[in-house]
Each structure stands twice: as C-alpha cells, then as structure tokens.
Ligand binder design. Sequence first.
Ligand SMILES: [Cu+2]
Length: 153
Amino acid sequence: MRSVCQNKLIISLALSLLLLPALVACGSGPAPQELTRALKLADGRLTPDQFQVNQGDTLTLRIESDRPGSIHFHGYDIERELTPGSTAEFRFMADATGRFPITFHAAAEPNASSDHHDEGGQGGNAAGEHQHQTDAPADSAELELGFLIVLPR
Ligand SMILES: [Cu+2]
C-alpha cells in the first residue's frame, strides 16, 4: 500500500511542476513577443498611423519613405534616417508604457543639430511634452505622423 501512496505523491508533484509554468505565464498578460511591423510614409502620412504592442515586446520596424528626413519616436528617443528607395530597419524593446508620438523631421537644415530635442527621460508620459524647434517657422518641417502605443503587461 505504501508504494501506491508514494506513486500518487510523485504523480501529483510532477503534475504541479508541469502546471506551474502555465500558471505563471497566464498571470501577467501575454508573453513578450518578437514583432515586426512594416510602416510606410507617403504624401506626409504614415501607414499604419498607429500601432499597439505590449510592454516587453521586442519590435522590429521596417520603414519606407517617399522623402528624405528622419522619423522620431518620442519617449523612446529613437530617431532614424529615412532615405527614399531604401528601407530603414531598427529594433528595440518596448519597455516604457504609454502613448508615444511619432514625428517626421525633414532632411536636416544647415543649422539643425541632433540635440534639438532631448527627452529628459520621461518614459510613459503623454504626448506633447517637449518642444520642437520653437523658433522654427509655422510651416516647420516637423510633421505629426501617429502614435506608438505600449500597453502595460
Ligand atoms: Cu521629434
């Protein structure tokens, strides 16, 4: 009789060990994913103009553009050159949650410097916290394209 009891104990221990990872995975939203998104900038519009990921996802973005300039992901302080005819590709982990504006900066003006918008590390803050070249003319080349939305896990 004793060995039967031991076997039952071993079986239930084994089952609970098998179930444990499943429970942990279910407890905190979807598991982090590797995602690839293709974005297209044409006629001043980004397609799609917003997309949503979950915190902890690793994103690979491939961006095509019909004009030279750079695309800027606010909050993440990511800025990448866009060249017509080639695809800009970059990868990052979406660790900060929130709604992050995506903007386009036209090809560099002679006096443009790369430090014109330091972010101050305010991850997760809503849109519009920092200024873009406040002294720029009203028809500034800064263009609001859309949003990256990172949901908390
Ligand atoms: Cu910007």
